[in-house]
Design a protein around this ligand. Structure first.
Ligand SMILES: [Fe+2]
Length: 434
């Protein structure tokens, strides 16, 4: 991309992220912004000022070499210094102050973007730092959307309903032949350190569910007593299910006429054809065992999403190398729920799997780790400090993930007990030698 095009591209991406942050924070009053809606989340006003604080650190001070605007608040918005539960007690910027601060930082960041050489330094090559900060803001926007889902009260967010499935029924599974493929990337300009480098991975033959597991399928597991039978659960999963008395996906409840859920303040029947969302890794794992299957590994997920057997190459997205559009995938908070399984035929992968990008994050069975040859960049706290058996990898993004913060190589991670995130799953099973 030419330098000027790159600057425009980065500016547009930053602006789109800010429009979303503004919409998410303007949707509620000041009292709501400073309140903690759940111990799992920060007050929305913390996320907002934290977005500005990271932008100040990387774009204004580091790339721009400018004087700090607010060195006094660095510590307050350092996610490693203060766990979410403690953030409401901090002397945080109030709503008006936070809005003014992020606006000032953005004005300076745009000045820097106009003048930065965009080469000669890894942080600025291909405007990487601007891409990283855009993705950071979009990730916090998704977190703020999850806070909205936890918030009680009247609905304040509105969006059109997602598309329905068109066409006939899809096969339940796709077959992925054995063979190696290129996982990760060394060329995607805004890919983060944990997606790098590209490397060959050998994968045995397997079957993968064509779509994420739907609510209707999940209800069968519920009705079969799946939550009452330890045999489907791992030891840790059962301990967790029992300790927290978990009996259904988060935000669901059983009424005389069937299952209902609360979604951004709206009470509604659970839509049978949409992918299940708000399930922990442990619930996904138990469902898969009950179905006679298992969760896919991260490599299996990525091969199904990216590998093109016609060329032997890995694509950027399931449908090819073009950026996502509204036809390809349910992304960007365009809708406030997943779309029906099969609703995005234009997003199908070369190997026949649907909706790998968008709708729901998908739990994989893989612990978060660095790829062979991993190098932390630009700082260890971005990913490396999270490597290890405590976190499971999630793939594909949700309806609440922006296109700027998702691609076939993108990796998310979380604790296996988490349910407030927009996570669902699909199952896999070994194909053996056929
Ligand atoms: Fe952050």
């Amino acid at each position: 991309m030419r330098k000027e095009d790159l600057r425009d591209h980065a500016a547009r991406a930053l602006t789109r992220a800010r429009e979303r942050s503004t919409a998410l924070t303007d949707a509620v009053d000041d009292e709501d912004l400073v309140r903690q809606h759940s111990k799992l989340m920060s007050p929305l006003v913390w996320d907002l000022a934290h977005i500005g604080s990271q932008e100040e650190l990387w774009l204004v001070r580091d790339v721009g070499g400018r004087e700090p605007l607010r060195p006094d608040i660095d510590d307050l918005y350092d996610a490693f210094q203060h766990p979410r539960a403690d953030r409401p007690a901090l002397p945080l910027l109030g709503p008006a102050e936070a809005r003014a601060y992020v606006g000032e930082v953005r004005a300076k960041a745009f000045e820097v973007l106009e003048r930065a050489p965009l080469e000669g330094r890894r942080l600025t090559d291909a405007a990487f730092a601007f891409g990283m900060i855009t993705q950071h803001e979009q990730q916090h926007d998704e977190t703020m959307l999850a806070t909205h889902q936890l918030r009680e009260g009247e609905p304040v967010l509105h969006a059109p309903a997602p598309p329905s499935r068109r066409g006939g029924p899809l096969p339940g599974e796709v077959h992925i032949p054995a063979g190696s493929f290129v996982m990760g990337t060394s060329v995607e300009p805004w890919a983060l350190d944990n997606e790098r480098p590209a490397h060959e991975v050998a994968v045995d033959a397997y079957f993968l569910d064509t779509t994420p597991v739907t609510n209707a399928a999940y209800i069968e597991f519920l009705e079969a007593g799946g939550y009452d039978q330890p045999r489907w659960w791992s030891e840790q999963g059962w301990a967790y299910r029992t300790a927290h008395d978990i009996t259904a996906p988060r935000f669901w409840r059983r009424e005389h006429d069937g299952w209902r859920r609360t979604r951004f303040g709206v009470d509604e029947p659970v839509p049978p054809r949409q992918p299940v969302v708000h399930v922990s890794y442990y619930e996904a794992e138990a469902y898969a065992a009950w179905a006679g299957k298992r969760l896919p590994t991260e490599a299996e997920w990525e091969k199904a999403a990216r590998f093109d057997p016609a060329t032997g190459e890995s694509r950027r997205y399931p449908w090819g190398n073009d950026e996502p559009t509204a036809e390809h995938a349910n992304l960007g908070q365009r809708h406030l729920s997943p779309a029906e399984a099969g609703a995005y035929p234009a997003g199908v992968s070369a190997l026949g799997a649907h909706q790998l990008i968008g709708d729901v994050w998908e739990w994989t069975s893989t612990d978060f780790h660095g790829y062979p040859g991993f190098v932390a960049f630009p700082y260890r706290e971005y990913s490396e400090v999270f490597f290890g058996p405590e976190y499971k990898v999630l793939r594909g993004g949700s309806f609440g993930t922006d296109a700027a913060a998702i691609r076939g190589t993108f990796r998310n991670w979380d604790y296996p007990i988490r349910r407030q995130i927009f996570a669902g799953f699909r199952c896999a099973r070994d194909a053996g030698h056929v």
